[in-house]
Design a protein around this ligand. Structure first.
Ligand code: NAD
Ligand code: TYD
Length: 354
């Protein structure tokens, strides 16, 4: 049976991708390679228990030997690379893990994939793809009137996270130009949706608001992000994987620029409607806290290339996607409790201490 190999498939976007991929009974099997860091949750993948099309391996992408064995055993026709340290605030407190996984890990994966790829026959080599999932944060920060990021915008990463992702993008690009490895890169804006770890803005605000805890807004709350529902991102990845041109990069964005304050207000208002607490608007819980160092002011994506060349457009508006997401968190409190372990509580206590 043909397979794809997915890295980071127990994290937020990776797990949504794997669940969505295998929802199609005709889909190729998935070899899911994940180190299971704090950000992973195997509970998310529980619906796949007993499904022979899903093989999970607890493996670090920095472990070359283990990757070699997995590739030789499962002989995937494609690799979709999600595994990363992904939280900007954590990269400020401890950048080393970001260098290790995002740069050294991507390099190790590229080397393992290259060694496997050259063993394939000419037809299989041509059909093979490695899709690298990256971020719009590599492009740096926009002013209010700057035009959106395009695929040709110069890289200008500002955080250890975005710098490590930029480095990985450059390595992926180099493996195409130097070795002919058929790679694709997607640079996506901020995602939200089910199964997102509650250290990121949207699930954090939902969880805190439900517990009547303060809703921490950094600085003046007027930083802008371009929000995309995770299923729209997963669909874009599938399109690029099946029809993207090797060596090309594709920007993915939601056409949904919002200030952080707008996002927090929208969540408060939805919760007031869907789960009133009888104490007035949840907006009362908003607390302005000291800004993140080097906080990028604005991200905005021009996803025109993906629309023109592959016919992709987001299906969710921010309003429809956020409503579904709030509903999902209301319906899945047990999932949230299962990820808010001791390690998570320690991070929250340390990071929001001031
Ligand atoms: P996440 O932090 O939720 O999940 C990352 C997963 O990678 C976890 O399951 C973790 O265990 C795994 N992992 C970490 N280090 C590993 C290692 N050394 N070996 C194997 N597995 C390892 O991240 P996410 O939000 O799902 O992001 C997935 C990818 O998408 C990342 O590459 C990220 O840079 C990119 N991205 C994320 C967003 C977003 O808004 N979340 C936007 C654009 C791009
Ligand atoms: P985040 O979800 O961490 O994503 P990123 O930094 O990768 O864009 O943050 C989204 C925005 O929300 C960002 O501008 C920082 C801000 N933010 C807060 O204001 N308060 C918070 O508690 C968090 C986690 C983020």
């Amino acid at each position: 049976m043909p397979n794809i190999l997915v890295t980071g498939g127990a994290g937020f976007i990776g797990a949504n991708f794997v669940l969505d991929w295998l929802a199609d009974p005709q889909a190729d099997g998935v070899v899911n390679v994940d180190k299971l860091t704090y950000a992973a949750n195997l509970r998310t993948l529980a619906p796949l228990d007993g499904d022979p099309r899903h093989v999970f391996s607890r493996t670090d992408i920095c472990d070359r030997q283990a990757l070699d064995v997995l590739l030789a055993t499962h002989r995937p026709r494609a690799v979709v690379h999600f595994a990363a340290e992904s939280h900007v605030d954590r990269s400020i407190h401890g950048p080393a893990a970001f260098i290790e996984t995002n740069i050294v890990g991507t390099f190790t994966l590229l080397e393992a994939v290259r060694a496997y790829w050259i063993t394939l026959d000419a037809e299989a080599q041509q059909a093979f793809r490695l899709l690298h999932v990256s971020t719009d944060e590599v492009f740096g920060s926009l002013g209010p009137d700057d035009s959106q990021f395009s695929e040709t915008t110069a890289y200008a990463p500002n955080s250890p996270y975005s710098a490590s992702k930029a480095a990985s993008d450059h390595l992926v690009r180099a493996y195409f130009h130097t070795y002919g490895l058929p790679v694709l890169t997607t640079n996506c804006s901020n995602n939200y949706g089910p199964y997102q770890f509650p250290e990121k803005l949207i699930p954090l605000v939902i969880a805190n608001a439900l517990a009547s805890k303060p809703l921490p807004v950094y600085g003046d709350g007027l930083n802008i992000r371009d929000w995309l529902h995770v299923m729209d991102h997963c669909r874009a990845i599938r399109e690029v994987l099946s029809r993207g041109v090797p060596g090309e990069t594709y920007n993915v964005g939601g056409i949904n620029e919002r200030t952080n304050l707008d996002v927090v207000h929208a969540i408060c208002d939805l919760l007031d409607e869907m789960r009133p607490d009888g104490q007035g608007s949840r907006r009362r819980l908003i607390k302005f806290v000291p800004d993140r160092p080097g906080h990028d002011r604005r991200y905005a994506i021009d996803a025109g290339k993906l629309a023109r060349e592959l016919g992709w457009a987001p299906l969710e508006t921010f309003e429809s996607g956020l409503r579904k997401t709030v509903q999902w968190y209301l319906d899945n409190q047990a999932w949230v409790e299962s990820v808010t372990s001791g390690e998570y509580r320690q991070w929250m206590a340390q990071h929001y201490a001031t």
